[in-house]
Design a binder for this molecule. Sequence first.
Ligand code: SF4
Length: 319
Amino acid sequence: MAEQKYILEVQDMKKHFAIGNKKLKAVDGITFGVRKGETLGIVGESGCGKSTAGKTIIGLYGITAGDVLYNGKSIKNMNPKDRRNYTRSMQMVFQDPYASLNPRMTVGDVIAEGIDIHGLVKNRRERAERVHSLLEAVGLNSEHAGRFPHEFSGGQRQRIGIARALAIEPEFIVADEPISALDVSVQAQVINLFQKLQKERGLTYLFIAHDLAMVKHISDRIGVMYLGKMMELTTSAKLYAKPLHPYTQSLLSAIPIPDPEVERTRERIILQGEVPSPLNPPSGCPFRTRCPHAMDVCAKEMPPMKEIEEGHFAACYLY
Ligand code: SF4
């Protein structure tokens, strides 16, 4: 994975937190690369570590072990110039647009915050022009700059959150469940906006979601996480056509199929039990307490991630 073709390389990255005298292994050794201009979806139930992974990659949390390389450079020991470039290149869009927007600031000031911090404009006129063009880029209009976040709907607020992320012209966006809090009718519009912006600006996305249906259309490749580990990673098409990991199979079987005939006759995989606590994960394969195919060997050690078919990786003793 050390080839330059990846703009971002996550190498056996771990993020652990101390909770009392226990260790919460929120992210426990995940490896993947993201190519320039692609969208990598990361999917899993709450508590699987996907959000922590996003926040660690962007530098909001320190890395416990492993590494993250951006354009071949480790983010752990960057010199101040590279660090500045990194924080300018990477931006995050959050799940709850309202909580992430300061209610006392006008939308124009919210969007211009990064522009001001990085000193990207020469005067107020240029600043206003930049804000107006960002508002238009996300489907809002320039009059919205003088209003406050509470005057907007959930979908509009997420558009403001996206405009704020774009303000400093990043190359890479970590979108942390950006559509989960929105009405279903609005979700598709926001996904379309992400796709339009990617095409126009050549952006690279790490797109985090809890539901495979949400990332299907936007992702080139998808990684499936469970209790801090990566279970499967491949192209969106392969994952949907032929999921290999039993956990992915169960996630996919929960998505309704629009064809009533297929929907009536297909088999559902109902998982037993709840996701175990990440403070006390099962030994070996973390999915073994719910896996319909669990064997003795599964309790011993975490199965390694293997390339089962070309470009299709899974961590499971069935393969
Ligand atoms: Fe199931 Fe074992 Fe595969 Fe884990 S390694 S998913 S428990 S078969």
